[in-house]
Design a protein around this ligand. Structure first.
Ligand code: HEC
Ligand code: HEC
Ligand code: HEC
Ligand code: HEC
Ligand code: HEC
Ligand code: HEC
Length: 417
């Protein structure tokens, strides 16, 4: 009877397991693992989707890792990518919930995409999903804010924590050893007959009060307080002049989330200096007016904020934007060198600007931050004849790819006038 029961339970469990496994992987099975499909997909993804999606990170749209497992079907993805508003309008429950969960942000329609294009993109997304998130993210592409601690100048406070914990452990160990000594001594004394006077010394009436007044206790408290105070002071000193997270209020409520995110206006359309010059430049009122002589009212702020642009244009008074990123005069930083020559993405240094209503400083902008990246980053030598010689010399002496530090990226004079 029992045997019969266990064997049928076994069958049932196997069935459930098989069912769970197949339903879990069935969508993903259709997706190609072919390298050509993956690289075609990557190109399409970078050109069309990257403005709003990453594989492992939420941007304007959801992170796409494993999307083929959570959406109703592969066909659903095809229709959604070709025309998401049609799918949402059809009342599809998954699509409607997704749309609402994403603040009703409209995804671009890719009506000219073939099924094959979308399958290639999924092949790329799946290969990235299987790889998992990058272990060692470079200076920039991390969720905003605190996660930055791993980079550069976060180290001192990490060391201090370790030292502090180490000291506390040593203290506790000392107390334990002392405790052992005391019990051992007591045992030893117990075996002897003591005079009344000696007994008083060996077995004092231990009260809570006497513990609090004991030298050891006072020492421990003073020590911990002093160590914490010391740590706070050091932390304070290290963050002098560091403005990570700085996000001042601007004279006009300009939103990168609307312009660069929702409407996908290219960063270079407004920050015109970025490919040729040291400075990226803040757009003049004229650039705003290219669009805002037509668009006079915003969905969120109505005419109030756009009205200020028109007023500045008519009175020829420049808008007084508050500067956010600001290196001291002693340091030299050039945008064209990083964006144009090296091909570093804006987001690597500035974070997901296209999701920010108010721009905030994403990176530390300390010397350690610059140096850290110059140590880690390969020089982009592709199609740049200037580097051919250097690469040849480099490859003769070293096995690792040529990093920025190998072309002088750590020399003081490169960054300091
Ligand atoms: C303008 C920004 C934008 C672009 C560009 C964009 N998407 Fe989206 N995508 C979204 C948003 C926002 C959502 C969430 C649904 C919604 O709000 O409509 C989404 C949802 C999705 C979903 C469903 C995700 C889920 O969790 O179920 C898929 C799949 C998807 N997008 C694929 C793509 C592909 C492929 C491309 C490029 C060909 C692309 N998207 C380009 C913004 C965008
Ligand atoms: C429609 C024009 C426009 C577009 C497109 C645009 N920006 Fe901006 N950006 C501005 C304006 C105006 C400011 C100044 C006001 C502010 O800080 O929000 C600014 C400020 C910034 C700042 C801070 C500057 C400082 O004071 O330190 C950064 C960084 C930045 N933009 C990066 C980007 C990136 C990256 C993109 C593309 C993803 C982009 N911008 C797209 C107009 C634009
Ligand atoms: C390439 C076109 C384009 C340019 C250039 C442009 N904008 Fe806009 N802007 C838009 C669009 C589209 C909207 C959305 C209007 C809506 O909400 O329906 C918008 C909305 C706004 C809003 C209102 C947001 C809201 O919803 O209330 C403000 C404020 C604004 N822009 C400021 C600026 C400033 C300042 C500049 C110049 C630095 C600028 N824009 C440049 C296209 C542009
Ligand atoms: C390698 C890191 C890095 C990259 C990549 C980068 N920036 Fe910057 N950006 C900086 C630093 C550092 C500053 C502060 C410069 C200063 O104060 O002299 C800055 C300042 C700015 C400013 C305000 C001051 C100015 O130069 O006008 C804007 C706007 C800006 N960046 C936009 C962009 C845009 C747009 C991109 C991409 C096309 C980009 N940045 C790419 C590091 C970077
Ligand atoms: C995201 C990585 C990254 C960050 C952060 C970064 N750089 Fe760079 N930097 C590069 C790369 C890559 C190059 C190589 C460009 C080339 O091929 O010429 C470079 C080159 C340079 C050069 C030219 C070096 C040479 O030998 O020609 C200078 C100067 C420089 N960076 C200054 C800075 C300063 C100052 C900062 C900090 C405010 C900084 N960089 C932050 C990646 C970075
Ligand atoms: C890759 C660029 C880069 C290189 C190389 C570099 N520095 Fe710096 N340095 C900076 C930046 C950026 C700052 C400003 C940091 C800040 O404001 O926190 C700075 C700041 C400083 C300061 C001011 C004190 C401080 O920490 O704010 C001194 C002193 C200094 N650097 C010395 C040097 C010396 C000496 C060398 C050569 C061994 C060197 N730097 C190499 C980028 C660099």
């Amino acid at each position: 009877m029992i045997k019969h029961f266990t064997s049928s339970a076994c069958k049932f469990l196997t069935l459930v397991l098989v069912f769970a496994l197949t339903s879990f992987t069935s969508h993903a099975q259709e997706i190609s693992k072919d390298a050509a499909a993956i690289s075609a997909g990557q190109a399409l993804f970078n050109a069309n989707c990257k403005a709003c999606h990453r594989v492992h990170q939420k941007l304007v749209g959801p992170a796409l890792a494993g999307v083929y497992d959570r959406t109703p079907s592969i066909d659903w993805i095809k229709s959604f990518v070709k025309n998401s508003s049609a799918v949402i309008a059809s009342g599809d429950a998954y699509a409607v919930k997704l749309y609402n969960d994403n603040n009703k942000t409209q995804m671009t329609a890719f009506s000219s995409f073939k099924d094959e294009d979308i399958m290639n993109i999924l092949a790329y997304v799946k290969s990235e999903t299987d790889k998992g998130p990058e272990k060692q993210p470079d200076a920039g592409v991390q969720p905003a804010g605190g996660a930055q601690a791993a980079a550069g100048e976060g180290a001192p406070s990490a060391y201090l924590n370790v030292i502090l914990v180490g000291m506390i452990i040593i203290l506790i160990l000392l107390l334990v050893v002392l405790g052992f000594l005391v019990t051992a001594l007591k045992r030893f004394l117990d075996q002897k007959t003591l005079s009344e006077e000696d007994k008083d010394i060996v077995e004092p009436a231990v009260t809570t009060g006497s513990i609090f007044r004991s030298r050891g206790f006072v020492f421990v408290v003073v020590f911990i307080t002093a160590a914490l105070g010391f740590k706070a002071v050091i932390n304070g000193l290290y963050s002098v002049g560091v403005q990570q997270g700085y996000a001042p209020k601007q004279p006009i409520a300009f939103s990168h989330k609307i312009h660069a995110g929702q409407y996908e206006i290219d960063c270079k359309y407004c920050h015109i200096g970025v490919m040729k010059n040291k400075s990226a430049t803040i757009p003049s009122v004229n650039i705003c007016m290219n669009c805002h002589n037509q668009i006079k009212s915003g969905t969120i702020t109505g005419e109030a904020e756009i009205g200020k642009i028109v007023k500045a244009y008519e009175t020829k008074k420049p808008i007084e934007w508050v500067r956010i990123h600001n290196l001291p005069d002693l340091a030299y930083f050039n945008h064209a060198q990083h964006v144009n020559v090296a091909g570093v993405e804006c987001q690597t240094c500035h974070g997901p600007i296209e999701t920010m209503d108010v721009v905030r400083q994403h990176s530390l902008l300390t010397m350690g931050w610059c140096i850290d990246c110059h140590r880690k980053t390969d020089v982009n030598t592709k199609g740049n004849a200037y580097y051919d010689n250097l690469v040849e010399i480099h490859n003769k002496t070293k096995k690792t790819p040529m990093k920025v530090e190998d072309i002088g990226g750590l020399e003081c004079s490169k960054c300091h006038y």
